[in-house]
Design a protein around this ligand. Structure first.
Ligand code: SAH
Length: 394
C-alpha cells in the first residue's frame, strides 16, 4: 500500500488500543502527520513510534475506527477476508442455505470487524448502510466482496446509506449498485415477510428480533396479545401463527401498519382476529379498553446519545408503567430497549421503577438480547445494544 497518513496518540491513551477497543477518540490524538482527509486510511502509532493499528479517519468525536491491529498491506484483501469470515460465521450458525430462514445480518459493524458498516441479506438482495464516508467511499469494494461470496446467488445490492449519512456527507440518493429490485419476500423461521428496503425503516426489517419473536411464540397460545411499535408486524405474525386468541398491532407510522397487514395476509392468518392501529403507543395504552394477557413493548431507540440518556430512561419507565397498569393478572410483558447508551442496568432500573409505581408483583422470566448474526466484539461492549426482559406480572 502507498504510505499511509500517521496518527500519533498521547502516551496515556494507548491502553484502550492495546485492549483492542476499536475506537480512537479525537482527544487521544497527539498529532497527525500531514493532512489527513475524511475517509482516509490511517496508521496509528504511539509517540514512541510503536505501530498500534490501522483504521479509517473521520473528523469527529470518534476520530478513528480501527480495521486491524496488525499492519495491513492490501485493504481490498482485508475487506474480502472480513466478508469471508462473516459469511463463514453465518454458515456456522445455520443461517446460510436454511430452508426456513433466508434473511440475516451479514456484517454487523464492529462485531464483524468493519466499524460503521451494516449489510443485511434478504434472499438474494444485500442492503448496505455505510455510517461513515470512509465506508461510503469504498462501496465498490464492498460490492466486489459480496459478488465473490455469493456468486450467482447475489441478485441485487442496494445502497441505503443516504438515509444515515445524508446530513454530514451531502449524499441524497439511495440506489442499486448491482442488479435491480426483484423479489421482496423473505422467510424467517418459516414465516413469510415482505421487505420494503427502499422505503422501510433501517434496511427494511428488524432482523435482530428473530430469536425473540420465536421465544414470544412459546407464550402465545390462546392469549390476547398486544404488539406495540409493531413496524412490519414480526411479533404479530409469530403470535398469530402460534395460536394467539387475538392480536392487536400498534404503530404510529401508516406505512408500518400497511406492511403489518400485508404480512399477516401473506401468512394466511385470517382465522385469528387482528386489528391494527395507527396511533401513538402512549395514547393507545392510556385509552384502550381491551384486556391483554401479553404485551410486547419494542420502541425505537429513545436515546441516540449519552446526553439524552436520562430522558430515555424516564421514557422507558413511563412506557413500562403504562403496560403494568394495563396487563391482566398472570400476564406476560416482553419489554425491549435498543438504545445503545442505555445499558442493561439502566434499563432494568427503569423497568423496576415502573413496577414499584404500579405496585404489582413482577418477576423476570428471561433476559433477551441480539442474535448471533449481530455479534459483538468482547472488547467493545457498546456493540450490545439490544436488551429485553420477559416479565410475569401477577
Ligand atoms: N417491533 C418491530 C420493530 C419496532 S421499530 C419489529 O419487530 O419489526 C420501532 C417502531 O416504532 C417503528 O415502526 C416506528 O414507526 C414506531 N414508533 C415510534 N414511535 C412511536 C410511538 N410513539 N407510537 C407508536 N409507534 C411508534
Amino acid at each position: 500500500m502507498p504510505d499511509l497518513a500517521k496518527i500519533i496518540l498521547r502516551n496515556h491513551k494507548i491502553d484502550a488500543v492495546k485492549r483492542f477497543h476499536p475506537w480512537i477518540f479525537s482527544g487521544a490524538i497527539k498529532e497527525m502527520e500531514g493532512e489527513v482527509k475524511e475517509g482516509a486510511i490511517v496508521e496509528v502509532y504511539s509517540d514512541r513510534g510503536e505501530y498500534l493499528a490501522t483504521g479509517l479517519y473521520n473528523p469527529s468525536n470518534i476520530a478513528v475506527k480501527i480495521l486491524s491491529f496488525q499492519k495491513v498491506s492490501d485493504i481490498a484483501q482485508l475487506f474480502l477476508e472480513k466478508f469471508q469470515n462473516a459469511y463463514q460465521l453465518r454458515q456456522q450458525i445455520g443461517l446460510v442455505d436454511n430452508p426456513k430462514t433466508n434473511c440475516y445480518r451479514l456484517i454487523n459493524a464492529e462485531g464483524d470487524g468493519l466499524p460503521s458498516l451494516i449489510v443485511d441479506w434478504y434472499n438474494g438482495t444485500a442492503v448496505i448502510q455505510a455510517y461513515s464516508l470512509a465506508l461510503y467511499q469504498r462501496l465498490d469494494l464492498i460490492v466486489d466482496c459480496l459478488k465473490t461470496i455469493y456468486a450467482d446467488n447475489l441478485r441485487a445490492v442496494y445502497d441505503k446509506s443516504a438515509a444515515v449519512l445524508a446530513k454530514s456527507a451531502h449524499i441524497s440518493e439511495n440506489k442499486y449498485l448491482f442488479g435491480q429490485k426483484t423479489g421482496d419476500e423473505v422467510l424467517e423461521s418459516g414465516h413469510r415477510f415482505i421487505i420494503d428496503w427502499e422505503k422501510g425503516q433501517k434496511t427494511g426489517f428488524f432482523l435482530d428480533q428473530r430469536e425473540n419473536r420465536a421465544i414470544l411464540a412459546q407464550y402465545c397460545q390462546n392469549k390476547r396479545v398486544l404488539n406495540t411499535f409493531s413496524y412490519s408486524g414480526g411479533f404479530s405474525v409469530y403470535a398469530m401463527q402460534a395460536g394467539a386468541a387475538l392480536v392487536d398491532s400498534v404503530d404510529s407510522s401508516h406505512g408500518a401498519i400497511d406492511l403489518t397487514e400485508k404480512n399477516i395476509a401473506l401468512n394466511n392468518l385470517s382465522q385469528v382476529p387482528h386489528q391494527s392501529y395507527s396511533a401513538d403507543v402512549f395514547n393507545f395504552l392510556r385509552d384502550c379498553q381491551e384486556d391483554y394477557d401479553l404485551i410486547v413493548l419494542d420502541p425505537p431507540a429513545f436515546a441516540k446519545s449519552i446526553q439524552s440518556r436520562h430522558q430515555a430512561v424516564m421514557a422507558y419507565k413511563r412506557l413500562n408503567h403504562q403496560a403494568f397498569q394495563k396487563i391482566r393478572p398472570q400476564g406476560i410483558i416482553f419489554t425491549f430497549s435498543c438504545s445503545q447508551v442505555v445499558n442493561e442496568e439502566h434499563f432494568q432500573g427503569a423497568v423496576m421503577a415502573a413496577a414499584i409505581e404500579s405496585a404489582r408483583p413482577v418477576r423476570i422470566l428471561a433476559r433477551l438480547s441480539q442474535p448471533a448474526d449481530h455479534p459483538t466484539s468482547i472488547y467493545h461492549s457498546e456493540g450490545s445494544y439490544l436488551k429485553g426482559l420477559v416479565l410475569a406480572v401477577d
